[in-house]
Design a binder for this molecule. Structure first.
Ligand SMILES: *Cc1c(COP(=O)(O)O)cnc(C)c1O
Length: 346
């Protein structure tokens, strides 16, 4: 590629091996459970997380929505972080399509939800109140800057959920980035959770698709929800073939993306005019200092026009640029980015 795209890890193209596997994939009609490649992907994902079953869905948004629709009845409430992806970036699908009431609690700086806040969010058995059914965590936490959430904390929330008769869902779009950051098996990050949704796209490079895992009966209901949402695909093995490579060959290299993000943050931090705000896993956030005689849009525009380097001003916080490293950004690209930013600012 003759450009460097740091806007997100969603921009990753499939690898040459993925394209080849897609071309050669065995397929069948997945609505009849006849696609061997989809069946393999679902079986492998379930086994990897020690759950009974899994379902291949079109996107992370659909994975979360299928989970919520399968876990909750209309009129019930789900406790979610106030900056969670489910609350902020999924168009309120849970409420719009599921009649499920989001009950938000503040996401702390370390990307956790306080147990005392969770406790206070559980409605008493009172006919004025919706029944509280579920709590959801996010790992890594997108809006918190890619912070990974620990296995110990997740276990605490799982125990809390069990004590209170709540279901625990994990939006693990980037769960393998969290696993890489802690040097842990991803399974230990979902200990005690009832369901997990994770993305095969993003850092794992598959062109599309997410997987939702959980108990067999839950997955049966989630498959029904997927159908109602228009997400049941036919010869989806062409996508699952890339997903299998994502699942089996792309996880171990995510640590390279984290190292590159760290090198990028270190290199940028030495440039006058740049203030690094945070760096976690494959995310870097920075601002331009007041001394810089350029708007963010001018800065981003100059990098794009003069160097084919794509960054996007972050919509969530005024005045920040968000960078995400991924498979298509290697060490050489990191050096080019630092040199280009230096040139644009001096
Ligand atoms: C990307 C993401 C999703 C799902 O996004 P899609 O674009 O629908 O695949 C869900 N949760 C988090 C935390 C994400 O980062």
């Amino acid at each position: 590629m003759n450009y460097i795209d740091l806007r997100s890890d969603t921009v990753t193209h499939p690898t040459p091996e993925m394209r080849e596997a897609m071309a050669n994939a065995q397929v069948g009609d997945d609505v009849y459970h006849d696609d061997p490649t989809v069946n393999q992907l679902e079986a492998d994902a379930a086994a990897m997380f020690g759950k009974e079953a899994a379902v291949f869905v079109t996107s992370g948004t659909q994975g979360n929505l299928c989970a919520l629709l399968a876990h909750c009845q209309r009129g019930e409430s789900a406790i979610i972080g106030d900056t969670s992806h489910i609350f902020r970036y999924e168009q309120g699908g849970m409420a719009q399509l599921g009649g499920i009431l989001p009950h938000t609690v503040p996401v702390q700086d370390d990307a956790t939800l306080r147990l005392s806040d969770l406790e206070a969010a559980i409605n008493p058995d009172d006919e004025h109140k919706p029944v509280t059914r579920l709590v959801a965590l996010e790992n890594t936490h997108n809006s918190a800057g890619g912070i990974p959430v620990s296995a110990d904390y997740t276990r605490l929330v799982a125990q809390f959920a069990r004590r209170n008769g709540l279901i625990l869902h994990i939006d693990g779009a980037r769960i393998f980035n969290a696993a890489a950051a802690f040097g842990l098996d991803a399974k230990s990050l979902v200990d005690g959770a009832d369901s997990l949704s994770f993305c095969l796209s993003k850092g794992l490079c598959a062109p599309a698709g997410s997987v939702l895992v959980g108990e067999r009966d839950f997955i049966r209901r989630a498959r029904r929800a997927r159908k109602a949402l228009g997400g049941s695909m036919r010869q989806a093995g062409v996508l699952a073939a890339a997903g299998l490579l994502a699942l089996h060959t792309m996880r171990d290299r995510l640590i390279d993306d984290h190292e590159n993000a760290q090198l990028l943050a270190e290199g940028l931090s030495e440039i006058p005019g740049i203030a690094i705000n945070s760096q976690h896993t494959n995310f870097v956030f920075f601002s331009l200092s007041a001394a810089v005689d350029m708007t963010l849009d001018e800065f981003v525009g100059a990098l794009r026009q003069e160097y084919n380097i794509y960054m996007s001003p972050y919509a969530g916080e005024q005045g920040q640029v968000r960078l995400r490293t991924h498979y298509w950004i290697d060490r050489e690209a990191i050096n080019k980015i630092i040199a280009a930013v230096n040139a644009v600012l001096t």
